[in-house]
Design a protein around this ligand. Sequence first.
Ligand code: PGA
Ligand code: ZN
Length: 392
Amino acid sequence: MITDLRLLPVLNSKGETSVKVSLVTDSGSYSASVPSGTSKGSNEAKELAFEKVRRIFPKLRQKIIGLEENPEKIDRLLISTDRTSNFRSIGGNLALAISIAAARAQSHGNLWKLDGLKENETFPLPIGNVIGGGAHGGGTDWQEFLLIPYMAKNPLEAIESLIHAWYAIGDELKKKSLLVGRNLENAWMANIDEEDTLELISSIAQDWHMRTGIDFAASGLWDGKCYNYRKSGMKLTTDKQFDLVKETAEKYKIWYLEDPFHENGFASFTALTRELSKNHLIVGDDLYCTSLRRLEKGIQEKATNGIIIKPNQVGTLSQSQRVVSLAHSKGFAPVVSHRSGETGDDWIADLGILWNAPLIKTGIMGMERLAKHNRLIQLWEDVPNPRMAELP
Ligand code: PGA
Ligand code: ZN
C-alpha cells in the first residue's frame, strides 16, 4: 500500500527546476524525476512550472495515499483527475513522475522487470548525438548528427566506442579551429555546415564501423510555407526539402532519419518512407508525440517505419506502453528517447529493455546521459541471458 507521496524540486541539465516524486510503500521508497524538452512538438502533454505543480500536488497526494501500488490504476486516476486531453490541469510532468514511481514500486525498483522476466532480455542499441545544431545549439540548422554502434556486443562496448568517436570528432574539429563548445546534449557545436558535418561523421562512422543518422527536427525550420535555413538563407518548399533529404540520405548513406519534415507533414513522410524504407529507418518524433491517435494515423498513411517514444510527451507509462505495443504489432521500430533537459534518473534505460526497443537515444557525454548508459551496463551484468538488439 502507498503510505506516503512527496514532491521534490530537482534541477535538470538545463538548470531548470523539474519534478521529482518519492513514493513510499510497505516495501520501500521509490522515486522518479522527469526530463524536459527544448524542441517540443505542439501535441505533447503540457508541462507545468514547478511552482504550479506544488500548488496542485496536495490534491493528488490525498487521492493516492492508501491505494495499492498498481501502476495501471494509478495512471487511470491521473487521467481522470486531470480531465483534459493533454494533462493541462495537473501537468504531464507531475503525472509522469507519479506514474513511473508507482511502476517502480510495483517492480521493487526494477522497472525493466515490470512485466516479469523474459527468456532473453534484449538491450537497445544506443544512438549517440555527436554534432549538434538547431534549437540545441551549434553550427547547423539540422539538430542532431548521430552515430549508431550497431556491431557492439554489449552496452559497455557500445558506449565506449561512442565516446571514442565523440573524442575523435572533437579532436578533428579542434585541429581545424572549428570547435565552439558543447550544446545542451553535450554534442559538439562547431563552425561547420551540414555538408562538412556529414563528411566528418561519415568518415568517423567508417573508421568505427557505425551507422549514421540525423535528427532534422524540421518543425523548427518550418514557417507554415517553407523550410527556412537560417545559416545559408535557403528557403525550401516541401518538394525541395524532400529532394534534399532524399539526396542526403542516399549520398551519405544516412540510415536513420528522424523528423525530416514538420510535425504535420504526414504526406511528405509517406512519400519518403515509400522510397527509402527498405534501407533506412524513417522515424517520427514531433510527428507522433508518443500519441496513440497520431501513431494510428501514421500507420494508416504508412508515414514511417519508426517512432520515438518519449513518455513525457504523453504523461503516463501505460499510455506510452500502448503506443509501443501498437508500434511493435505494425512493424514500426520504437526508439525510446531522453530529452535535452535531463535529470540523473535512469528509467529510460529500463524502459528500453522492458519494451524490447531496438534503439535508445540517450546522448553520449554528461553525467545525466551517462547515468542511463551506466544503468544498461550494470543491468547487463545482472540480467540472465542478456543480448544486444539487432538493427530493425
Ligand atoms: P528535445 O528534443 O530538445 O525536445 O528533448 C530532442 C529531439 O528532438 O529528439
Ligand atoms: Zn527529435
